[in-house]
Design a binder for this molecule. Structure first.
Ligand code: FAD
Ligand code: NAD
Length: 489
């Protein structure tokens, strides 16, 4: 093979996050000659695969959530089990080292998977220079490294944190979510801008470890995309004054400025609720985390002349099959419309790989589960009540509280509930909402039930092991038609 021939690929994937690396592996499995290009350099200065999810997102945040939850349990919940743990200490450096090891093992695992499946890898920044040509340059010097030709290109370049003009990132004190995952000493007072998934999860980590956490959220509603009842339950639980690891969540907070003074962050915000005419409010924090959403990485990736269209928020425009306006150029994951979730991107990666190989595949965008990993966890899939009302759907609701679950009581985890929403006419399940311990695991069975188009009756006729948290599904399904056993219907 000549050198020139070697640079011809069936598929070139730009980005090795959960969307790109999954797409690349599946393409190679399908016999396509595949190369994946990524530019990620981790905080130790090493080239690292896995994108946001593995390096500074899902995995490190869940590792810290797990460690901090263990500490919280030992501190606040062991006593009720008759276990005393009196001289508890937190070693944040060890906690961070464990997290780093988890991340390192998983990111290196992708290299192994690439090798095992025959995916070639290039480290560098990619730019699409014509409809089947990619130029790769050195990330720091910007010098061209090489050029390759691909019959198909998959854009999987992900997203980056949105920045705020009023609160410029400063290394030590005003942090983005990636830096907030690296904090090595429990801050006494931690401010967070944004009560979304990141704000609530990172707020939970540090409040459990002893920080006083204040979250400033611009919106009037807490988690507006979540079923109202569950959002209210969750808020009440997180702000609970009796918990040592409570979050102080302030809605209607318009950030005016954040400045670093003497190694502290001085924040000025305004409470915009009409009932609270308190003018400007000042707060001082040891650290401030900005968690106000993420934006797609689509700038400088291709020239306008190629005809790859983007929307007004810079998301690459795609159809249901993730094809851009240019044939054979696809885009998947955070860089396109839809929820910014790792599993959504991975599924799109699988779909596109099959499509390129000439097979049929699709993503069921109506059934993408969401989880917020606080404690208890919040998980949902399908429609909530407000969405049913807006769509004019006649629906029924069946709920079951974990206080009536034997397993939940035995675990001392009786907070929360399962809520099932069905179509009143067909009895089909159209939404499931869970606030409970292990809701992230429980939601998988809801997704499966809905994929199989189960009715409440189907679930009511299913045998669930006893005692389990999952029995709450059974009871909630029974409750849809007024037949629950362990609660008053
Ligand atoms: P990314 O993971 O962002 O990967 C994109 C890759 O493309 C990167 O490696 C980047 O280096 C590379 N790249 C970009 N431009 C170029 C270029 N020009 N040339 C070469 N390479 C390039 N989601 C969940 O589902 N569950 C969670 O629990 C969860 N927790 C999260 C916690 C945090 C703190 C954060 C920040 C995010 C979290 N997310 C979670 C969101 C999740 O991380 C993203 O949805 C997911 O990583 C998106 O995958 P992706 O492959 O589209 O993009
Ligand atoms: P988000 O969109 O979930 O929440 C951002 C919050 O910040 C919103 O509530 C918004 O109203 C608020 N906000 C925006 N501008 C503000 C301002 N100037 N002042 C105060 N509040 C402001 O975004 P995120 O939490 O940054 O997360 C980014 C993405 O990462 C999300 O799309 C999310 O899906 C994903 N993520 C997922 C998980 C998970 O699946 N468990 C965890 C973390 C992140």
């Amino acid at each position: 093979m000549t050198k020139k021939q070697e640079k011809q690929w069936d598929v070139a994937v730009i980005g090795a996050g959960p969307a790109g690396y999954v797409a690349a592996i599946r393409c190679a499995q399908l016999g396509l000659k595949t190369v994946c290009i990524d530019e990620w350099i981790n905080h130790a200065g090493e080239f690292s695969l896995g994108g946001t999810c593995l390096n500074v997102g899902c995995i490190p945040s869940k590792a810290l959530l797990e460690s901090s939850r263990l500490y919280q349990q030992a501190k606040e919940e062991f006593a009720v089990h008759g276990i005393s743990a009196t001289s508890l200490k937190v070693d944040v450096k060890q906690m961070q080292a464990r997290k780093q090891k988890v991340v390192q093992d998983l990111t290196q695992g992708i290299q192994t998977l690439f090798k095992a499946n025959g995916v070639s890898l290039i480290s560098g920044r990619a730019k699409i220079t014509s409809i089947n040509k990619i130029e790769i340059s050195d990330r720091s010097t910007r010098k061209k490294i090489e050029e390759l030709h691909a019959r198909n290109i998959i854009i999987a370049t992900g997203s980056s944190p949105v920045r705020l003009q009023q609160a410029q990132i400063s290394d030590d004190c005003i942090l983005d979510s990636a830096a907030a995952l690296e904090i090595d000493k429990v801050p006494k007072r931690l401010g967070i801008i944004g009560a979304g998934a990141i704000g609530l999860e990172l707020g939970s980590v540090w409040s459990r470890l002893g920080s006083e956490v204040v979250i400033l959220e611009a919106m009037q509603d807490f988690l507006p995309m979540v079923d109202k009842k569950l959002a209210n339950l969750m808020k009440r639980s997180l702000v609970n004054k009796n918990s040592a690891s409570r979050l102080d969540i302030r809605l209607n907070a318009r950030l005016i400025s954040a400045e670093v003074k003497n190694k502290k962050v001085q924040v000025i915000y305004e409470d915009t609720a009409s009932s609270n005419k308190r003018g400007e409010i000042k707060e001082r924090f040891d650290k401030l985390v900005i968690a106000v959403g993420r934006k797609p990485n689509s700038d400088r990736l291709f020239g306008e002349e190629l005809g790859i269209e983007r929307d007004e928020r810079s998301f690459v425009l795609v159809n249901k099959k993730c094809q851009t306006s240019v044939p054979h150029i696809y885009a998947i994951g955070d860089v396109v419309r839809g929820p910014m979730l790792a599993h959504k991107g991975s599924e799109e990666g699988l779909m596109v790989a099959e499509h390129i190989a000439g097979n049929f595949a699709e993503v069921n965008y109506d059934l993408i589960p969401s989880v917020i990993y606080t404690h208890p966890e919040l998980a949902w899939v399908g429609k909530n009540e407000a969405e049913c009302k807006a769509a004019g759907i006649e629906y029924k609701v069946g709920s079951f509280p974990f206080i009536a679950s034997g397993r939940a009581r035995a675990m001392n985890e009786s907070e929360g509930l399962v809520k099932i929403i069905t179509d009143a006419g067909s009895d089909r399940v159209i939404g499931v909402h869970i606030f409970s311990a292990q809701a992230s695991e429980l939601i998988a069975q809801a997704v499966l039930m809905m994929e199989m188009q189960a009715t409440a009756e189907d679930i009511a006729l299913t045998v669930f092991a006893h005692p389990t948290l999952a029995e709450a599904f059974h009871e909630a399904a029974l409750a849809v038609n007024g037949r629950a056993i362990h609660i008053k219907n």
